[in-house]
Design a protein around this ligand. Structure first.
Ligand code: MTE
Length: 427
């Protein structure tokens, strides 16, 4: 993996990092000035929000290529990524605040100037088949001028929970060893992708689109795979996908895709391409490493080319507790957690405090659960005997899908949907 910033700067080198970031903060200030005069306020972007979105990165974030601060109480560092600590969701509202929303970056966060940015659409699935070098273009302001839509949805890394293949099932997998913090829910606001595709001249022949990010080329073990891009079937693209320019009521922060990202609800996080630069629209199926060599299931039981490309995420649950939490004995605790599913609403979550022998139904706190978000739940517990415990949570969604005791193995460690055994010490 690279740790540069796409302009040949090595951001793992602290002094280079400081110099590059100092120069970049200039363009951020310029952007804020521009934003204040260019009518972005009309779209609900206060300058205060912009100030937050573009706060300078501390030197501590240098090695990751991530711009926002990554305090140890909110994040677990994972290379170029940052995992949300679940205890940091305790006491929060429905959505994950930006300051603790996980970041999954193949390379460093690029800083993009919204004034010169254009979304380019091209390909054989558009009228007149515009070529890549003569695309249909939309500026940031063009998008802000189109009818805005809001969506509350989770984005989840397909490898979320991957470490449990090894720690719970003794299996080898490759990839970032996430616990369960590779997921977050946000309020997203933007324009429907369908609106922009139709304005660009979508034909009935279109079958696939290929959104591509503006971050630097991704190099995997010396092989340059080009920019992050993953084909999306036209049916999903037209159904509920958003070209988001706002996250939780403020402009997208740099790490989450400024100026515009896709939000592909319920699907594998890789579909939600950040820092969107162009979209190929094709009258034939499209391929990239991200729907062929990654984001399929590989291993015994799967064909050599892997399963079909992964689409929906599965059912999961997490406790809002530190990993290996310590709680006092003989007191009443209210265990809080959240469950979510790419299949739709979570209907119930059951908890076990005795390692899975007995199960108890939790109280769901979001009665009209959002099918694209998560549901919060709680369960009172009064542990008497000091010692080590394992807390288990098992959700069931509206399709009847539930969390099994073990997850079927695949070598890249995707879609760990089994019940996670959360260690707790009662002292
Ligand atoms: N888009 C680009 N351009 N580059 C990336 O590295 N990572 C993807 C997706 N979009 C990625 C991207 C993956 S794997 C995930 S899980 C989500 O972004 C994570 O979104 P977040 O960092 O806003 O949480």
């Amino acid at each position: 993996m690279r740790s540069g910033d796409g302009d040949g700067h090595d951001l793992t080198e602290e002094t280079t990092y400081e110099r590059v970031r100092a120069a970049q903060s200039m363009s951020r200030r310029d952007l804020m000035r521009f934003s204040a005069t260019a009518g972005l306020g009309a779209a609900g972007f206060g300058t205060a929000a912009l100030g937050t979105a573009f706060a300078a990165a501390p030197a501590a974030a240098a090695a990751t290529g991530i711009v926002k601060p990554l305090p140890a109480e909110l994040f677990i560092p994972q290379g170029t990524n940052a995992e949300t600590r679940w205890e940091a969701m305790s006491g929060q509202g429905y959505v994950t605040p930006v300051d603790r929303f996980f970041v999954r970056n193949h390379v460093s966060t690029p800083l993009i100037d919204a004034r010169t940015w254009r979304l380019k659409l091209w390909g054989t699935g558009l009228h007149g088949s515009p070529a890549e070098d003569r695309p249909v273009e939309f500026s940031y302001e063009d998008l802000l001028g189109l009818r805005a839509e809001s969506l509350t949805a989770f984005i989840e890394c397909t490898g979320n929970g991957r470490s449990f293949y090894t720690s719970q099932q003794g299996q080898q997998v490759s990839g970032t060893p996430w616990k369960l913090g590779g997921v977050g829910v946000a309020h997203w606001r933007g324009v429907r992708l369908a609106t922009v595709l139709e304005r660009a001249g979508l034909t009935r022949r279109a079958v696939d689109i290929l959104p591509r990010g503006l971050d630097a080329d991704y190099v995997d073990k010396g092989e340059n795979l080009g920019r992050v891009r993953r084909p999306l079937p036209i049916a999903k693209a037209l159904k509920d996908v958003l070209l988001a320019y706002e996250m939780n009521g403020a402009p997208l922060p740099p790490d989450h895709g400024f100026p515009v990202r896709l939000v592909v609800p319920s699907w594998v996080g890789i579909a939600s391409v950040k820092w969107l630069g162009d979209i190929q629209v094709a009258d034939e199926p499209l391929f990239s490493p991200w729907n062929t060599r990654y984001y399929r299931l590989f291993g015994p039981g799967y064909p050599p080319e892997g399963s079909a490309p992964l689409t929906r995420m599965n059912v999961k649950s997490a406790f809002e507790l530190p990993w290996d939490a310590t709680l006092p004995a003989g007191r009443r605790h209210v265990l809080h957690g959240r469950s979510w599913s790419g299949n739709g609403r979570v209907r119930r979550t059951d908890v076990s405090v005795d390692g899975g022998r007995t199960w108890h139904r939790t109280r769901l706190n979001d009665v009209h659960a959002n099918p694209r978000g998560w549901v919060r739940w709680e369960f009172p517990w009064r542990p008497h005997a000091p010692g080590r415990y394992e807390l288990l949570a098992r959700a069931t969604d509206e399709t009847g899908a539930s969390q099994p005791a073990t997850a079927p193995h695949n070598t890249l460690g995707y879609l760990f949907g089994a019940v996670v055994r959360h260690p707790v010490t009662i002292a």
